[in-house]
Write a protein that binds this ligand. Structure first.
Ligand code: CMP
Length: 214
């Protein structure tokens, strides 16, 4: 059982009580966990696997906002705001297991443990900060640099192991086309920064990748 930061403020017996009443859900690769616009009544705590958080662009393309894995939480935005619907679609990228915390439970935890509220606030302010960075990058940096930066961040998120994402996913994360991702990956391979095999990117030289990330 993982130690999710969101449950860290709870004493161990209470943490176990919370997880005892959680529903466990399993999702197959490519299964949609929920859709953008759905009503939201629960928060998911990721135990294993990885999910992509995606939104539809005004032109009907799909942009990937982030990739989450074990220890991460998603689905809190619409639970925090009773008027809101799901702000993004969440899809399992591989076999994924989550613990589902119903909104009533989340509200009870927030009331009982103010530190849970602080953590939720920290999570949301993290989104704002990252979105600001990504907006500035999208407006002022070349797509090549954005691709290298996303790979650098994914390398950390995947714990230095192989990043199991398609070029479409990388394109959606960097806000560019698949063709650009393909070209940049070719250049990074040439520079010895990454190794690419079917549906996987592995970072082989972090210094070289850092140079490409600007
Ligand atoms: P919710 O709006 O309930 O459903 C979609 C979830 O995706 C959302 O809660 C957050 O957990 C997550 N999410 C939405 N926008 C972002 C973002 N910009 N960065 C990271 N996660 C997000």
């Amino acid at each position: 059982m993982l130690d999710w930061p969101l449950l860290a403020p709870l004493p161990e017996p209470q943490r176990r009580d919370v997880l005892r009443v959680c529903r466990r859900r399993r999702f197959a690769r490519r299964e949609v966990i929920f859709h953008e616009g759905d009503p939201g009544d629960c928060v998911h705590l990721v135990e294993r696997g990885r999910v992509a958080v995606r939104v539809t662009t005004p032109l009907g393309d799909v942009a990937t906002l982030t990739v989450l894995g074990p220890g991460d939480t998603f689905g809190e935005l619409s639970v925090l705001d009773a008027e809101a619907v799901r702000s993004a679609t969440v899809v399992a990228l591989e076999h994924t297991e989550t613990w589902v915390l119903h909104s009533d439970q989340v509200h009870r935890l927030r009331a009982a443990y103010p530190a849970v509220d602080d953590l939720l606030l920290g999570l949301v302010s993290g989104y704002v900060r990252r979105l600001t960075d990504h907006l500035l990058e999208a407006l002022y940096l070349a797509a090549d640099i954005r691709v290298a930066r996303r790979i650098r961040a994914l390398d950390i998120a995947y714990g230095g192991g192989a990043i199991k994402l398609t070029q479409d996913d990388l394109a959606g994360l960097a806000g560019t086309s698949r063709a650009t991702v393909n070209r940049v990956l070719g250049e990074l391979v040439e520079a010895g920064a990454v190794r690419v095999s079917r549906g996987r990117v592995s970072v082989t030289d972090r210094t070289a990748l850092g140079r490409a990330a600007g």
